[in-house]
Design a protein around this ligand. Structure first.
Ligand code: BJW
Ligand code: ZN
Length: 266
């Protein structure tokens, strides 16, 4: 493995050039993002210092069992996150990726994020909903801003402020009256089949794989990068910390996404 840029805290011009060259050479690119791409927008990551899972246990708040036991508590937590993330804005990394995808063919963005910041960046960069489509991500873990019915499974955009005073005030399905839940993927749940298919198909065809801000610890999503590597893709990692992909990386850019991503796709 050649590892230009691997030394912690340094991003050499050589490493940036290597990443740019790998992306420019590739006819097909898969970009795989995690919570770290949104860290500079103010969205907390999950693991590591300040991560959500340091303060909150997923089994208490982000699991089907927790929701069955106390939907009000789970909705309270998701209400708090919706408000916090709703105030955040796409950062330089989201925007650079969106502009890049609007300007070139052959890029599939696959995201584990539920914060909708890639979608908002796409709309901002494209100037409209329709034009934004080609810069939208394949979402593997759902969206904080969508609901799903626990009875009929229909999906809807979250509307209005949440009232978590009691079960009756929680959001209910406009179609069947069933209790709604956040449309995110909790541990032990299946990922949306079409998204998984699209993500792994893109990874299997990719000549370059750009990985931004994920520890690569959560499966099956993390397998996107392994699939791309097995298919012969050059793997470029942008992350200030260590990830599960150290052995796969052809180029490591150790630093924050908001600084590095615009330099490699701008
Ligand atoms: C920066 C930065 C800056 C900081 N710039 N970077 C195989 C082996 C072992 C276990 C399993 C397995 N296959 C499946 C499992 C079980 C499980 C799993 O993977 N567990 C592992 C943790 C061990 N997977 C599942 O349960 C999945 N479902 C499934 O497998 O279904 C099939 C099945 C069903 C039934 C029975 C058995 C199998 C579902 C996983 C759902 C994950 N859900 C969450 C929550 C979403 C909802 C919500 O937000 O409330 O998704 S968990 C959380 O982790 C979230 C994320 O999308 C996901 C990944 O986290 P991510 O993005 O990597 O964040 P961090 O915090 O880990 O990393 C941040 C990175 O950013 C770090 O590297 C920083 O350094 C970096 N960073 N600042 C750039 N400025
Ligand atoms: Zn319903």
């Amino acid at each position: 493995m050649s590892d230009p840029g691997g030394a912690a805290g340094t991003v050499s011009a050589e490493a940036i050039a290597a990443a740019r060259a790998a992306l420019a050479r590739a006819l097909r690119v898969v970009v795989f993002t995690g919570a770290g791409v949104s860290a500079e927008s103010g969205v907390p990551t999950f693991r590591g210092a300040g991560g959500l899972w340091k303060t909150f246990k997923p089994e208490d708040l982000a699991s089907p069992v927790a929701f069955g036991r106390d939907p009000r508590l789970v909705w309270e937590w998701y209400g708090w996150r919706r408000e916090m993330v709703g105030r955040c804005r796409p950062n330089a990394a989201h925007l650079a990726l969106a502009r890049w995808m609007l300007g070139r063919a052959g890029v599939t963005l696959v995201s584990q994020n539920v914060d909708d910041l890639h979608e908002r960046a796409a709309r901002e960069a494209a100037g409209g909903v329709e034009a934004a489509r080609r810069a939208e991500p394949v979402r593997l873990h759902g969206s904080l801003f969508h609901d799903r019915c626990t009875r009929c499974a229909c999906r809807s955009e979250a509307r209005g402020a949440l009232d978590t005073t009691g079960i009756a005030t929680l959001p209910h399905c406009p179609e069947c009256g069933g209790l709604l839940r956040p449309d995110v993927v909790w541990f032990g749940e299946m990922l949306p089949a079409r998204s998984v298919e699209a993500a792994f198909a893109a990874a299997g065809e990719a000549e370059a794989c750009l990985v931004i801000g994920t520890t690569g610890a959560v499966y099956p999503a993390a397998g996107v990068v392994h699939t791309a590597k097995s298919a012969g893709a050059q793997v470029v990692i942008v992350d200030p910390g260590r990830t599960e992909y150290e052995d796969l990386a052809d180029v490591r850019l150790v630093g924050p996404a908001g600084e590095i991503v615009p330099r490699i796709v701008g």
